[in-house]
Design a protein around this ligand. Structure first.
Ligand code: ADP
Ligand code: GLC
Length: 485
């Protein structure tokens, strides 16, 4: 039997280009599918970082499109086949792939990502005469139009599509005036189509037109059916769920990239049998950030995009409490200015806390590993979290996650209640109401448990044995594709 051919259509892929967890997923899932004898490839826009890291590729086709001329090329990266859309007038911009240096979304994003969807669909029509996908797997709004273009092909033979929602908060909305230019027939501009409150929504196009919709954790798949997390799409999502066409599949983490035993990015490797060695990672982190070098204080870490979703303003409010309770704190993050400022000001303007708090603004892959390896608690207080990957990495590295009870966080962390500690299931700390007091309650529980180092260590060891590899999730995606075929 021929292996199934899957094309992942997406805007980023680790390690070629990453702004968040989406890239981790599109970096790891195709590899896991290759291991399961499917032939997975990826289609990416030719952003500068992607082109640089890909190196030489083979030209597949040059086409004139609604977004101008584009060259499609193909090469292998780390064993995975990658198509790159070369269209410098659209993609050759330094910095974020989505917005300019002032955080303003690029005016021509509808064309940049419309083209991504268009070429995804074109590959099913034989744009590459050597390879035609059986399944288009589109990720997030950037790739949503691929599902609309496919649905417009009327042949029964047309390729089936799966659309994965990584974050419903980003919906890719554009003025309806662009319909014609994007080769979208007007009748699609409809409540039963891709119209969303008077705009074209690429996200809605994916949800409406895909043959199957998935999202990245079972709990988030339920949460998006309600008004609080449905971002206005709850009606459509409920319809898709009632058709049996909405599934929550938990992400994994790349267990080669995130393995404390072999990770080249941390000062000292360790595993659950050699946990004592982990102390060297904590000490190195404390030294790097000019914190007091001690193991008597638990070190709370954060690695995150600094946006409202992530709930870090609650951490900012709780920082005096963490300090007074005798904790240390280190943050790595970048994003919205009010949060960047807030953390930086706290670190600089409180001499009383000097040596116990440190903030690094920016994006730094290697440092994110050192914080995961060197912290005792990793905080992920997100207001909502479709899946979340940092808490899974933290578990694997024996840094106990402290999380809000939402989405994938609720699916991956078991709260250290007295009962769960006794029955040997606890792996972290959960707070339920999304406010400062509740978060501080969880901090207090962590502080209390810290006093009993033996119990702490048992929980760490348990956390480290939790399996968040991609094998099972990759199998679930393959099951969905098979049903569609
Ligand atoms: P999201 O995709 O919403 O940002 P996830 O938890 O799914 O959230 O994924 C975030 C990914 O980005 C993780 O791999 C995390 O380690 C990484 N990350 C986030 N912020 C930074 C940063 N400032 N520096 C390095 N890595 C970061
Ligand atoms: C999004 C979500 C995050 C998820 C990631 C990968 O960025 O915010 O929760 O883990 O996508 O699916």
């Amino acid at each position: 039997m021929e292996p199934m051919r899957i094309l992942h259509v997406c805007a980023e892929m680790y390690p070629l280009l990453k702004t968040g967890g989406l890239a981790d997923v599109t970096g790891a899932l195709p590899k896991a599918q290759l291991k399961q004898k499917a032939e997975a490839r990826v289609l990416l826009p030719g952003f500068p970082a992607v082109k640089d890291k890909m190196g030489p590729t083979d030209l597949v086709a040059v086409i004139d499109t609604f977004a101008g001329r584009a060259a499609l090329s193909f090469g292998y990266f780390d064993g995975v086949g990658v198509y790159v859309i070369d269209a410098p007038h659209l993609f050759h911009r330094e910095g974020s792939p989505y917005h300019d240096e002032y955080q303003n979304a690029y005016q021509d994003n509808y064309l940049r990502f419309g083209l991504l969807g268009w070429i995804g669909a074109d590959l099913t029509r034989g744009l590459d005469s050597m390879w035609r996908p059986d399944i288009i797997h589109a990720h997030d709004w950037h790739a949503g139009l691929a599902c609309a273009y496919l649905a417009e092909m009327d042949s029964h033979e047309r390729t089936k599509s799966v659309f994965t929602i990584h974050n419903l908060a980003y919906q890719g909305c554009f003025a309806p005036i662009h319909m014609a230019q994007l080769h979208l027939p007007w009748y699609l501009y409809n409540m039963n189509g891709l119209e969303y409150y008077g705009q074209i929504s690429f996200m809605k196009a994916g949800i409406f037109f895909a043959d199957h919709v998935t999202t990245v954790s079972p709990t988030y798949a339920r949460e998006i059916l309600g008004p609080e997390n449905g971002f206005g799409m709850q009606g459509l999502l409920s319809l898709r769920a009632s058709q049996g066409r909405l599934t929550g599949i938990l992400n994994g983490i790349d267990d080669v990239v995130w393995d404390p035993k072999t990770d080249p990015l941390i000062p000292q490797n360790f595993d659950k049998r050699t946990l004592n060695a982990r102390l060297a990672d904590k000490e190195a982190l404390q030294k790097e950030f000019h914190l007091e070098v001690t193991n008597s204080k638990p070190l709370f870490g954060v690695v995150s995009r600094l946006v409202h979703q992530k709930g870090l303003d609650l951490v900012l409010e709780a920082l005096p409490f963490i300090m007074e309770q005798g904790g240390q704190f280190v943050l790595l993050g970048s994003g919205e200015q009010w949060l960047e400022r807030g953390f930086e000001d706290f670190a600089h303007n409180n001499p009383a806390y000097r040596g116990n708090v440190a903030v690094r603004l920016g994006y730094d892959d290697a440092l994110s590993h050192r914080i995961t390896a060197g912290s005792d608690v990793l905080m992920v207080p997100s207001r909502f979290e479709p899946c979340g990957l940092t808490q899974m990495a933290a578990l694997r590295y024996g840094s106990l996650p402290l999380v809000h009870n939402t989405g994938g966080l609720a699916d991956t962390v078991v709260n250290s209640t007295v009962e769960n500690v006794d029955n040997k299931t606890a792996t972290g700390f959960i707070f339920y109401d999304c406010n400062r007091d509740a978060l501080q309650g969880a901090v207090s529980r962590a502080m209390e448990l810290w006093k009993s180092r033996k119990t702490w260590r048992t929980i760490q060891q348990r956390a480290m044995t939790r399996n968040f590899g991609w094998k099972e999730s990759a199998r679930q995606y393959l099951d969905i594709y098979r049903k569609l075929l």
